[in-house]
Design a protein around this ligand. Sequence first.
Ligand code: Z5A
Length: 209
Amino acid sequence: MQRGKFITFEGGEGAGKSTQAKRLAERLGRLNIPALVTREPGGTPVGEDVRALILKDRPTDPVTELLLFVAARAEHVTSVIRPALDEGTWVISDRFIDSTRVYQGKRYGLEPEFIRQLERYTVAPDYPDLTLILDLPASAGVERARQRGALSRYDAERLETHERLREGFLEIATEEPERCVLIDGSLPLSSVETAVWQAVSAHLLAEAK
Ligand code: Z5A
């Protein structure tokens, strides 16, 4: 049996990650490719507990925050992502390692090598096959989040912070062009969906046949 493919969606708040993750899974389903949509933080009971904790109270120490995200990821990879890939299911995660690199790494200036080392312990060898980075001006993303309802403590950060985070995702897209595809998240939903599908077709479907 062929192993499943691992796809992640990344980007700032309100960029359309959750919406596009679901749409992609539906498209794959229409080709009889089994696909699991999951999210970070979350995806497991422990991960959902960590999510509730982190979104409510910011730890005072950035390393505490980093390790909480990483702990939730270890559980997610071991008990959900890896077993699904092993049985041939494609996994689509709404946020993954790049969110940690950007939110904890760039925002707090934590050493990239420390973060990469944690990835090697928790993720390797199951790095994403493809990462779709949905890019959107920070003001537009925050506005979308605002229209949807109450803002989380992350959504409510200053606009300059959101712009800095956006730059972080753009840097990753430039540094890792084989893994990452940058998509304009300000386009209409259906255009973003088409761009996502083109990227998946070009990078993964041809080789999965
Ligand atoms: N975090 C971290 O710090 N470190 C880590 O390692 C990880 C995460 C994994 C999780 O919050 C927070 O955790 C996150 C980073 C941090 N901080 N924030 N914020 P989350 O997962 O709940 O937050 P989010 O990822 O930003 O979710 P979101 O606001 O739901 O964004 P989204 O999934 O990208 O967007 P969406 O739900 O698909 O769409 C938002 C709204 O916009 C919705 O009403 C859509 O209908 C609309 N939308 C979507 N696309 C379009 C287009 N193309 N046009 C018009 N309207 C659109």
